[in-house]
Design a protein around this ligand. Structure first.
Ligand SMILES: NC(=O)CC[C@H](N)C(=O)O
Length: 516
């Protein structure tokens, strides 16, 4: 993608389907005000009321992606969308679609990202170039919105970041510009937990144009803790300054960490876990991807998961080091070395400790990672940790597939997904971690690798630990206690609790009446 003004080649837009759904848009005064969670909760609450609901977010920036159930019209493979929209789809009890999140930006460097359009990689792009290219994406965004709206009674649309970045207005495809194009009523959400909510709401109003202000049907204050009677005068001030109705205050939702987080900011949360039992350390890579792979382990009472921040060593008293996925395998190998984590990991293995690599983490455990075309950074190769006798080349079509198979070795069902461009070869694969059997009677597929001494293992499969049987089997094999936790049910309970929470905190009939 060298010329940002060159026309983009994407599949033909569908003939305009009649819009059936009403829609309501949730915009925020900044990122991380809790928009994704609010949308997920509204999706579930209105689904429970018998409506056919769909989520929509034009553009998401996240390395936590999910495999959609569909791909673009001319594609035989499935696409990917942000994890938050996949969760929202689940809240609506429908399969995730590429049209729920037509543009996904997966950050690779501080100033550039992989651009995924309608589920498929369009290319890598520096932020400045993407900014110029963005207006061209609007027809595809609108097409996806229309397709989503043609299927449902109600679409809950999520904005991105702050809706008052007015200097970016010309290239906006995901906040007020989308609201204008699709004629959406807008609710503005402010975050009291971070402070400055008054200034954020009043400042947002000040920065918007008259027309944009008129689209706003009211504001919500999210993440409130404390005595509401003390805060009510603040709402009077905001309403007086903006003329926008106050639609309610949503109290802090305690179970938020039971739902998969969208961006790596969530890793700043204190670790869960009892402080005893199996000690799992996960280095916090710079472009960590699909980090919710670790959530099911963190949810086990007998497991203590610690995310290791830059500047901190991997503690010697660790039982298992898990190397997670990463958007930029080679650059994150450099991070491992810069932090001295490579030395910690090698010492850990010498002491008889276990290491597990997932996707990019698996690639890092090999001898070398090559990127001849420069897909994830400057072309070249980087030595891996050399703990598995494998090599990886990044390139070709991205592999995006859901997996629901049986591991012949353990007899355990394995569920998960693959999402990677790297292809791995080498003698290490002769000792696979899994022998995957799809039940159709064909030969088992080998997946992953295990070192000769059995201490180091890795595979491409994300979501492995979400399977209760596999997780219990894995924990028991390490001499750790498995609790019998039903992870899916835990997520489902959290979604229901979130919907209850919104029913209790907001007037959802009134909110629904704003949809049009
Ligand atoms: N999800 C991942 O960890 C991706 C691994 C690597 N960046 C690849 O594309 O092959």
């Amino acid at each position: 993608m060298t010329d940002p003004t060159a026309p983009i080649d994407f599949p033909a837009l569908s003939p305009k389907a009649p819009r059936r759904a009403k829609a309501l848009m949730i915009q925020g005064t900044s990122s991380d005000v809790g928009k994704s969670l609010l949308v997920a909760g509204l999706c579930r609450a209105y689904t429970r009321r018998g409506l056919s609901v769909r989520p929509f977010k034009a553009q998401n920036m996240s390395n936590n992606a999910a495999v959609a159930a569909d791909g673009d019209d001319d594609s035989t493979t499935k696409g990917e969308i942000g994890r938050a929209q996949a969760l929202q789809a689940r809240a609506c009890k429908v399969a995730p679609s590429i049209h729920m999140n037509p543009v996904l930006l997966k950050p690779q460097t501080l100033i550039g990202a992989q651009v995924v359009l309608r589920g498929r990689v369009l290319g890598n792009c520096p932020a400045r170039q993407y900014h110029l290219m963005k207006p061209q994406l609007m027809p595809a965004v609108m097409d996806s919105f229309n397709r989503t709206a043609a299927l449902a009674d109600l679409v809950i649309v999520e904005g991105a970041g702050s809706n008052a970045e007015v200097y970016l207005r010309a290239s906006d495809i995901t906040n007020m510009k989308l609201a204008e194009n699709a004629d959406l009523p807008v609710v503005v959400v402010g975050d009291i937990d971070r402070g400055g909510a008054l200034a954020a709401i009043v400042g947002t109003h000040a920065l918007l144009t008259e027309d944009e202000r008129a689209r706003v049907v009211g504001y919500i204050i999210n993440k409130f803790r404390g005595d509401l009677s003390l805060f009510e005068p603040a709402c009077a001030v905001m309403t007086e300054r903006t003329g926008w109705p106050w639609l309610g205050v949503v109290r802090w939702f305690e179970s938020a960490d039971r739902l998969p987080a969208e961006d790596a900011l969530a890793l700043e949360r204190p670790a869960e876990g009892s402080g005893k039992g199996l000690r799992v350390a996960v280095p916090q890579l710079s472009r960590v991807a699909n980090f919710d792979d670790i959530d099911p382990l963190a949810a086990e009472p007998g497991v203590e998961v610690r995310w290791i921040r830059p500047g901190h060593p991997i503690p010697a008293e660790t039982d298992v080091v898990i190397l997670p996925g990463s958007k930029v395998t080679r650059a994150d190998l450099d991070v491992l070395r810069r932090e001295g984590w490579d030395i910690d990991i090698l010492a850990h293995v010498r002491r008889g400790g276990r290491v597990v690599g997932l996707c990019a983490g698996f690639q890092m455990l090999g001898k070398v990672v090559r990127d001849p075309e420069g897909i994830e950074g400057p072309p070249g190769e980087t030595a891996g940790l050399g703990l598995l006798d494998i090599e990886t080349v990044i390139g070709g079509e991205k592999r995006l597939v859901d997996i629901a198979v049986t591991d012949q070795r353990s007899g355990q069902p394995i569920r998960g997904y693959e999402m990677h461009m790297g292809r791995t070869t080498g003698p290490g694969l002769e000792r696979p971690w899994f022998l995957l059997d799809d039940g159709a009677g064909g030969p088992a597929r080998r997946e992953g690798a295990v070192s000769a001494d059995g201490l180091v293992s890795g595979a491409y499969i994300h979501g492995l630990f979400g399977g209760d049987d596999f997780r219990s089997h894995w924990l028991t094999g390490l001499g750790a206690a498995a609790s019998g936790l039903d992870f899916e049910a835990r997520t489902e309970t959290a979604l229901e609790a979130l919907a209850d929470h919104l029913e209790a905190n907001l007037d959802l009939d009134a909110l629904l009446a704003f949809a049009r």
